[in-house]
Design a protein around this ligand. Structure first.
Ligand code: F0G
Length: 458
């Protein structure tokens, strides 16, 4: 059998709304050419993010009904805690309303001026929370991870030589924590190998620096290890994930990804003093330690989602459905980041619209055309998200890559939705010379991509 089918059948459906090109041109203009500003109802296929967009299972919905909403000591918390403890092995499980709330607590405690926090590649909210604390966020991904075309089985790996050099130069005392993002979202949803995680752990341990995983997509990463790393093909994904977690001292988690829920997250750590300090902040900012910004029903859904996500039929389908989209685009010559990642395909906008220079945001150009032409919403991960203007010289500093992410929500779209996306992008690629550059009209001081406004350069 060649076709890998969706390992579920559909019990509840939501209609999607069709619009015309003319309507979408009007919507784009009113949205400041920023897809984050478009009403979701005006989107046909929403590939903006895989975060919080999963379809929940019947068992998760049953958990929603079964949630214990007690303020303190809810049964749902203890179920959640026991599932997360069993998976991660960490001693202290602190629920938060989403991943960035866990990050905020961690960096409030560990960040601050003069500190440096290395990662393979920090994602936007992680970088922003570190910078907000006054610390510096440092990306040390391997060189292969910065080039959309280079093939490598683990493009999310950290450059160990650079990590050692960085620690020597800046001093271990100024590095309160080292991180690894699995999979590496900003670098194309690329996995990290177990061998690399172990090396990072060894280097950090030598310098007494704690190691925290950004574990949003841990199950996708674990399945890549099973497929690609010697010695893991016979291990279960859960065992692989447990080994990944065992190498670190804790994790931040956005449950909106690999816990298959619409809202939630946690900070899980071994250090009892850090956990106590984190709970104290949690009470001020999120809630009592047995709910931390979530309802009892959310905790039930996360617990159930974490059991379902390590199912290998699910992960086989998940990775294959992303790869399928990647293959079809590659066969038609559309430039994408290779190889396909775990949760998304990333169009290489530098190649898609070579006539649009980085300062005119080629990724934004592709994102706007995807919506105008086909009602598809995607997100720019390039110079809008990560580019900067040098404060002193006024010089534009582009991002390392100009990407457009087509993130696939979990268990939401079928193969024919994906086939439509493929047909549309191929057609768009044929007419790529008509795509225009964009000029920024407004930008917020932080995380500007969410609220920026643009105009096309005509
Ligand atoms: N870390 C990574 C690697 C992420 O991808 C995200 C969110 C977060 C942390 C923050 O989690 O949203 O629950 O606060 N990424 C989403 C995305 C938003 O579209 O990739 P959160």
């Amino acid at each position: 059998m060649k076709t890998i089918i969706e390992p579920f059948k559909i019990k509840t459906v939501e209609p999607i709304r069709f619009t015309t090109i003319e309507e979408r041109e009007d919507i784009l203009e009113k949205s400041g050419y920023n897809p984050f500003m478009i009403h979701a109802e005006d989107v046909l296929i929403d590939l903006l993010t895989d975060s919080g967009t999963s379809a929940m299972s019947a068992k998760q919905w049953a958990g929603i009904m079964d949630g214990d909403e007690s303020y303190a000591g809810a049964r749902s918390f203890y179920r959640f805690e026991s599932v997360v403890k069993d998976l991660t092995g960490y001693a202290h499980i602190i629920p938060t309303h989403q991943g960035r709330a866990a990050e905020k607590i961690l960096f409030t405690l560990l960040g601050g001026t003069g500190k440096y926090i290395p990662n393979n590649t920090h994602f936007d909210t992680t970088r922003a929370n570190i910078e907000y604390s006054g610390a510096e966020a440092i990306d040390l991904v391997i060189e292969e991870g910065k080039d959309p075309e280079t093939l490598h089985p683990f493009k999310g790996n950290m450059d160990i030589g650079k990590l050692e050099q960085f620690i020597r130069e800046r001093g271990a005392e100024n590095i309160p924590v080292g991180m690894m993002t699995v999979t590496n979202n900003a670098g194309g949803g690329q996995p990290v190998s177990m061998a690399n995680l172990r090396e990072v752990r060894d280097v950090l341990k030598k310098h007494n620096i704690p190691f925290i995983l950004d574990a949003c997509r841990f199950a996708e990463n674990a399945y890549f290890i099973k497929l690609r790393e010697a010695g893991y093909s016979d291990k279960s994904v859960k065992e692989i994930a447990q080994e990944m977690f065992s190498l670190a001292d804790g994790c931040t988690m956005s449950a909106k990804k690999d816990a298959l829920v619409n809202m939630g997250g946690y900070l899980a750590i071994n250090d009892p003093e850090l956990a106590q300090a984190a709970r104290n902040i949690l009470i001020v900012t999120e809630g009592f330690p047995t709910y931390g910004g979530l309802s009892g029903r959310d905790l039930e859904a996360i617990a159930q989602g974490l059991l379902e996500v390590v199912d290998e039929h699910y992960l086989k389908y998940r990775l294959r459905s992303i790869e399928y989209l990647g293959e079809k685009l590659t066969d038609a010559g559309v430039p994408i980041l290779q190889p396909p990642g775990g949760h998304a395909i990333y169009i290489n906008a530098k190649k898609f619209t070579p006539h649009v220079p980085a300062e005119q945001f080629p990724g934004q150009s592709v994102v706007c055309e995807l919506y105008r032409f086909g009602g598809i919403r995607a997100v720019e991960i390039g110079s809008v998200m990560f580019g900067k203007t040098d404060k002193k010289s006024g010089e534009f500093i582009p991002a390392a890559m100009e990407l457009v992410r087509l993130a696939i929500p979990r268990r939401v779209y079928t193969q024919s939705h994906v086939d439509y996306v493929v047909e549309l992008i191929i057609e768009m690629y044929k007419n790529r010379n008509s795509l225009k550059g964009y000029r920024l009209l407004y930008e917020a001081p932080m995380l500007r991509h969410f609220t920026a406004r643009f105009e096309p350069i005509v």
